[in-house]
Design a binder for this molecule. Structure first.
Ligand SMILES: [Zn+2]
Ligand SMILES: [Zn+2]
Length: 420
């Protein structure tokens, strides 16, 4: 083990952190809320070489009390700042790595596709949405990237660690929440959490669990898993804790088998899907392309029943437009009358659309079926990290940007009456 002469990381070295492993480490943090920010602060101080930050939200006043990377004096009315952009500047300022790299994306993680995790050492899921948690569980499982998950309920927090080294391991979707809610499906579980009225994480809770999540992630950088396939829960008020072994559910709806791209196709995500059909024609004359996520063409309005055009992947529907008649409601999904597409053939209307608009990201893995020869292959689109993330280093970030003073004195007063 290398002990640096300057001694900056001498304490970490004594704790078993290897400098080379830390510098090489690539930690992807999805969700820059209280948990994500606290985790990133810790990985930056600990000297992790690269972090990738994914979140599409902007900083709100209620964030600054439990997100150490967002500064109160940078809240300016009418000037939204992406959480990931603010966090990236803070990481560069705090990081003790010798040449820290921060990549950030202001999109939903689903929109980035699996290419977002290329070269990742570990992924940390710090999001509220149960759907996004399920997505991260599936994609990290398929790519064989370790996953650390952190979540809160009331004054209790939990972390769970999935090494994702084999098909046999339990996954997040296998997780049996019996200890808290009896045996429930993920969807029922999510509804139950909402019905209970979530108490947003406070800084003490976020800091406690972020430390645990960061330590688990740093362990993963060293190939070390102290809580493999386990969930650790702790109530920070009472000190009551539990460790639950997550067992493999034979009827698990998650993906346990690994997906590997067989063919790299010379098609970019900006091109129409028809270009992909063209590229696979030599071996699949009548290809059937499976979209990575359900694509919702239209759905009926809950109030008036009129069809509302949606034209987006299912994961993007939290922003679905309201009915054109002006009903104060959103279209009904999953019900009768919703037009959902999962596969596209040459000649279909959707074939003319850019891959991106169909939820196929740069570097995405796409299942192509050939009904003629009864074969199927997973192809990978072109694309690299720079198509998905903005890269920030100390060299390409202006000094002033990281230390810019507030240009408005009354920014924080906006906090009054804003939702948590
Ligand atoms: Zn499973
Ligand atoms: Zn309507």
């Amino acid at each position: 083990m290398l002990i640096e002469r300057d001694g900056m990381h001498s304490r970490e070295a004594l704790a078993g952190y290897d400098r080379a492993a830390m510098s090489r480490g690539v930690v992807v943090v999805v969700g820059l809320g209280a948990a994500g920010c606290n985790i990133v602060q810790t990985t930056a101080l600990s000297g992790v070489g690269e972090v990738r930050l994914v979140d599409h939200d902007v900083v709100e006043a209620s964030n600054v009390t439990r997100s150490p990377l967002f500064r109160r004096d940078r809240l300016v009315p009418g000037r939204d700042r992406y959480k990931v952009r603010e966090a990236a500047l803070a990481v560069l300022a705090l990081s003790t790595a010798s040449g820290p790299r921060v990549r950030f994306a202001t999109q939903r993680v689903e929109a980035l596709g699996p290419g977002a995790f290329r070269g990742a050492s570990v992924v940390i899921s710090a999001v509220d949405s149960m759907e996004t948690r399920a997505y991260l569980a599936d994609v990290t499982r398929e790519l064989r990237v370790p996953l650390v998950e952190v979540g809160f309920m009331g004054h209790e927090g939990h972390i769970s660690v999935f090494p994702n080294a084999s098909d046999e391991e339990a996954c997040w979707r296998c997780l049996n929440p019996r200890t808290m809610h009896g045996r429930l499906s993920c969807r029922t579980y999510a509804l139950a959490v909402v019905a209970r009225g979530m108490i947003p994480a406070t800084q003490p809770l976020a800091a406690t669990f972020s430390g645990l999540a960061a330590e688990a992630a740093i362990g993963a950088l060293h190939g070390r898993f102290e809580l493999p396939g386990k969930l650790f829960g702790l109530d920070i008020r009472t000190g009551r804790s539990h460790v639950v072994e997550i067992t493999r559910d034979p009827r698990c709806p998650g993906s346990h088998a690994r997906t590997e791209a067989e063919v790299l196709v010379p098609v970019s995500a900006k091109q129409p899907l028809a270009a992909l059909f063209e590229a696979v024609r030599p071996w699949a004359p009548e290809p059937l392309v499976h979209l990575p996520a359900e694509y919702v063409v239209s759905a009926p309005c809950v109030a008036c029943g009129n069809d509302v055009s949606l034209q987006r992947p299912a994961w993007a529907l939290s922003e679905a437009p309201r009915c054109r008649r002006g009903c104060a409601t959103r279209p009904m999904l999953g019900g009768r009358g919703a037009v959902v597409v999962t596969t596209v053939r040459p000649g279909d209307e959707l074939a003319a659309r850019p891959c991106l608009s169909l939820g196929i990201a740069p570097g995405a893995l796409v299942l192509v079926e050939d009904p003629v020869h009864r074969t199927s292959r997973v192809v990978q689109l072109q694309g690299d990290l720079d198509d998905l993330y903005v890269l920030r280093t100390r060299e390409n970030t202006r000094d002033g940007e990281a230390t810019v003073a507030s240009d408005s004195a009354d920014g924080p007063s906006r906090a009054e009456g804003s939702p948590t």
